[in-house]
Write a protein that binds this ligand. Structure first.
Ligand SMILES: [Zn+2]
Length: 88
């Protein structure tokens, strides 16, 4: 495959040397003692041990999101059902 310009970096997992792949997941993000969840985050996931890695710009954006969450201090709640354990 021809690759010029920007190359997507996929270093092996630094813990187990496994292959990492780019996925979009809901991830918990810890910031200043609280945890927020962010959907559809591009994150590198090790296929072997499950370790997650963020690219630097992604991590920075998550920090920005978390920072803003803390400033507005608004909680949004929504019904969340579990498909597997729903009592129906
Ligand atoms: Zn690994």
């Amino acid at each position: 495959m021809k690759s010029n310009g920007k190359k997507i970096q996929a270093d092996p997992c630094e813990y187990c040397d496994g292959t990492v792949e780019l996925r979009q997941l809901r991830v918990p993000f810890h910031f200043k003692g609280s945890t927020i969840y962010v959907d559809n985050v591009p994150v590198w996931v090790c296929k072997k041990c499950g370790e997650r890695y963020f690219d630097a710009p992604v991590f920075k954006k998550l920090e920005d999101i978390a920072r803003q969450r803390q400033r507005i201090q608004k909680m949004v709640s929504f019904p969340l059902a579990d498909y597997a354990t729903a009592p129906i």
